[in-house]
Design a protein around this ligand. Structure first.
Ligand code: GDP
Ligand code: MG
Length: 422
């Protein structure tokens, strides 16, 4: 996708005369690419119309940055689609909230419920899981297994077949236990869809959730809009989580889900594991959708922030794709203020400090963070005068960044001055 968009922009910028036809050809090419990324046809068409209104042919003809102008216009339009204009209900720590998960079977509800609970638990919340999927054999076991692994209290039944009853019992119990985030997992598709929606409505009426989250598999394609709309019409969907973003899908369906539910995407799922879960951020998502990857902004920042004489070396390392703790460390040193990694990847603010403390103390440089055992972590923490939790968090962050970094492997690294290209 990125390839065909940048090709289209390239062709246009090579044209000596930019007239309406050249712009149209370019937009058609981009339209095709966005459709391939599962952005809904209507959204793409509206976007195309808007861009034609925004982009001034005279500006294009005169300026050198034709690609940048168009790119920016597309980028902004896509960001606008992802912004429903009002934030979703956000649970507050220490106050009881009930959050209900809905979505088709297999979309990732049960997995995502646990991720959502775990995410909050790590931040000091008291979450709890309720399994209101009484239909599918094994549903309760799956939730129980996940919950046990994360040490999160759960409620469900092997024998009770009424999901409403289970949901109400679970919610009541955890309210009594002062849990502040009570998460209700529901059933996916029934043989008859109408029955699924009816059941969802009943569970929702009985538990009165503060927030209903619609979980959508990113690989669902053009069906996303209709599916999201069908759910919205049955229950008061207030937020969206898009799963399986680690797969091949570009996730253009997320735009449809937002448009159909008028609710924001709040998280994305990026793997089967509990911690493969990220806060959704519009701009990196759109970059990825356009094939610009996280690295476009990243590269801009490198040029801005990393001292000139260090750039070739860093870019070399970047293209080799081996992300070491030393690179992380050097990056933090360079850019404690506003580093590319920090900005693009949303680092917790005190992370650089933790890494510094650990790094100064031990030979982190030569060790493989993936192989660190408990006693090593303990020693590092003690030596650096930091809680073990800090060191663990830092290593987690390392793994996350290493993943992003490895995606950049083998990229052709643009030199300064070439940054107007996609
Ligand atoms: P449910 O039927 O909606 O409850 O879906 P499940 O939570 O049971 O998930 C269905 C399958 O998708 C399981 O095999 C999960 O491990 C998998 N899954 C869920 N989320 C993700 C994700 O973000 N990435 C990947 N790769 N797999 C996921
Ligand atoms: Mg399930």
């Amino acid at each position: 996708l990125g390839g065909s968009i940048s090709r289209a922009l390239q062709q246009m910028s090579n044209a000596t005369i930019i007239d309406e036809k050249v712009l149209n050809d370019c937009l058609n090419e981009i339209t095709r690419a966005l459709l391939q990324a599962d952005v809904q046809f209507k959204l793409v068409r509206d976007m195309q119309t808007n861009i034609k209104k925004i982009v001034n042919l005279d500006d294009l003809a005169a300026g050198h940055n034709k690609r940048k102008i168009i790119q920016q216009a597309i980028f902004n339009e896509l960001c606008k689609i992802l912004d429903p204009g009002k934030p979703s209900f956000t649970p507050k720590k220490g106050k009881t909230s009930v959050v209900m998960f809905v979505g088709l079977q297999g979309s990732g509800k049960t997995t995502t419920c646990t991720k959502y609970a775990y995410y909050h638990q790590k931040k000091g919340w008291k979450p709890a899981l309720v399994c209101a999927d009484t239909f599918r054999a094994g549903a309760f076991d799956q939730l129980k297994q996940n919950a046990t692994k994360a040490k999160i209290p759960f409620y469900g039944s092997y024998t009770e077949s009424d999901p409403v009853r289970i949901a109400v019992e679970g919610v009541e119990r955890f309210k009594k236990e002062n849990c502040d985030l009570i998460i209700v997992d529901t059933r996916g598709r029934h043989k008859q869809e109408a029955a699924l929606f009816e059941e969802m409505r009943q569970v929702s009426e009985a538990t009165k959730p503060d927030l209903v989250i619609f979980v959508m598999d990113s690989s669902i394609g053009q069906a996303a809009y209709d599916q999201a709309q069908a759910f919205k019409q049955s229950v008061a969907v207030g937020a969206v989580i898009v799963t399986k973003m680690d797969g091949h899908a570009k996730g253009g369906g997320a735009l449809s889900a937002v448009a159909a539910t008028k609710s924001p995407v709040i998280f994305i799922g990026t793997g089967e594991h509990m911690d493969e879960f990220e806060v959704f951020d519009v701009k990196p998502f759109v970059s990825r959708l356009l094939g610009m990857g996280d690295w476009s902004g990243f590269m801009d920042k490198i040029h801005e922030v990393v001292p000139m004489d260090q750039q070739p070396e860093l870019l070399q390392k970047l293209s080799e794709g081996n992300f070491t703790l030393r690179i992380m460390y050097e990056q933090f040193q360079n850019i404690l203020k506003m580093g590319p990694i920090g900005q693009v990847c949303q680092l917790p603010a005190n992370l650089p400090l933790i890494l510094m403390a650990c790094f100064n103390f031990s030979k982190l440089d030569s060790s493989n963070p993936k192989l660190m055992n408990e006693s090593r972590i303990l020693r590092i923490a003690r030596g650096a005068g930091r809680p073990v939790r800090d060191v663990m968090e830092m290593l987690e962050e390392y793994k996350r960044l290493a993943k992003i970094w490895s995606k950049m492997k083998g990229l052709k690294i643009p030199k300064k001055g070439e940054m107007s290209a996609l």
